[in-house]
Design a binder for this molecule. Structure first.
Ligand SMILES: Cc1ncc(C[n+]2csc(CCOP(=O)(O)OP(=O)(O)O)c2C)c(N)n1
Ligand code: SF4
Ligand SMILES: [Mg+2]
Length: 343
């Protein structure tokens, strides 16, 4: 029987890396995967597990980060890793955290803080697995991180539109045609805002982009240290689905932030904190026009001026009209504002 120790629900305390030179050299996601050249999601996996360190269990729902990562007899994962069903990242996170806790409490395994991270794609997480993620974020007694890697399509099955695909994008479900130029006309789901606003037991929600690698790793470290269920949304440029030269992945990540399309922030115990260039925008720095980001990608090549103007207006609305800019789309009624200011 394994060594028995007194059980504690403590987490690993992972201090932030203070600059790139302080980042640990060990890798836990190495060679052996077959993702496309320039795949940002593969970089997210590498940084995520570098941030969490060796005492980590990673669970991954079906998608590119499962299929391309674990071809028969090859894997880049150095830490324990398990594949889970497409909509099940939330259930996998909760079940694993609960299982570890039960085994440690019973003295069947050594009591120690083990990081549990479940990742999911936008299709598996924001569409199919939303209910399971939501349930997990209500269970404050189990420590886990759910990381949604958002390449803005069901990429692995050949780029079908998801609830996270941007307005107007060309996907295999929404090819532009002569009769109808735009097939996909829904505005993208606001996952991090939804998770933060709707789950009072979840102490930490953040958005990340691997173009800002140290910041990204530090948010993973914070999420794992704070305890309870936590959630991170990562925006991942995907050369195949977004149709661009793989060398542009890093630049597109930056442009997504600089145009204000994807804000970088965290919500810790209800406090919103903006990061990097998003913080600069909040403090008055002008946003780059969205066309600089959109027109670098083949999936928007059919856009005409009218489409670019609509996209820009929607992003402007996020910044100018939302009660918490670019985070949650609530707007107070004038009567409510007046009543509050009269107090
Ligand atoms: C229940 C179920 N339906 C459909 C599939 C087929 N399928 C495998 S991967 C995938 C795409 C998942 O998209 P996403 O979660 O965004 O991950 P990505 O492939 O983009 O990395 C689909 C539809 C499946 N594996 N299971
Ligand atoms: S299709 Fe996109 S997410 Fe999938 S492996 Fe290729 S670049 Fe990565
Ligand atoms: Mg996807």
């Amino acid at each position: 029987m394994a060594e028995t120790t007194t059980f504690s629900n403590a987490t690993q305390i992972l201090e932030p890396f203070r600059g790139v030179k302080r980042v640990t050299i060990e890798e836990y996601f190495t060679s052996g995967h077959r993702t496309c050249q320039g795949c940002e999601s593969a970089l997210v996996m590498k940084l995520m597990v570098k941030a969490s360190g060796p005492r980590t269990i990673v669970l991954g729902s079906t998608g590119c980060m499962y299929v391309a990562n674990t071809t028969y007899y090859t894997t880049p994962w150095v830490v324990p890793w398990m594949h889970t069903q497409l909509g099940s990242s939330g259930s996998a996170a909760l079940g694993t955290a609960a299982g570890l806790k039960a085994l440690m409490k019973k003295g069947k395994m050594k009591s120690e803080p083990i990081n549990v991270i479940a990742f999911c794609g936008d299709g598996g997480g924001a569409d199919m697995g939303l209910g399971a993620i939501s349930a997990t974020l209500t269970h404050k007694e189990y420590n886990s991180l759910i990381l949604l890697y958002d390449n803005e399509s069901y990429a692995n099955t050949d780029i079908q539109a998801s609830g996270m695909t941007p307005y107007g994008a060309n996907t295999t479900f929404s090819p532009p045609g002569k009769v109808k130029r735009l097939i996909h006309t829904r505005w993208k789901k606001n996952m991090a805002g939804l998770m933060a606003a709707g789950h009072p037991e979840c102490r930490y929600v953040a958005t990340v982009c691997a173009s800002y690698a140290v910041e990204m790793m530090n948010k993973v470290r914070r999420a794992l240290s704070i305890g309870g269920p936590t959630f991170i949304h990562s925006l991942d440029p995907c050369p195949k689905g977004w149709d661009y030269d793989p060398m542009l992945s890093h630049e597109l990540g930056e442009l997504a932030i600089e145009t204000g399309i994807f804000p970088l922030y965290e919500v810790e115990d209800g406090q919103v904190k903006y990061y990097g260039k998003t913080k600069a925008i909040v403090e008055g720095r002008p946003r780059k026009p969205v066309r600089e980001y959109l027109l670098r990608q083949g999936r928007f090549a059919h856009f005409i001026e009218e489409d670019l103007a609509y996209f820009q207006a929607k992003v402007d609305e996020m910044w100018d009209k939302w009660e918490i800019p670019a985070v949650v789309p609530f707007r107070r009624l004038d009567a409510t504002k007046a009543a509050l200011s009269a107090k």
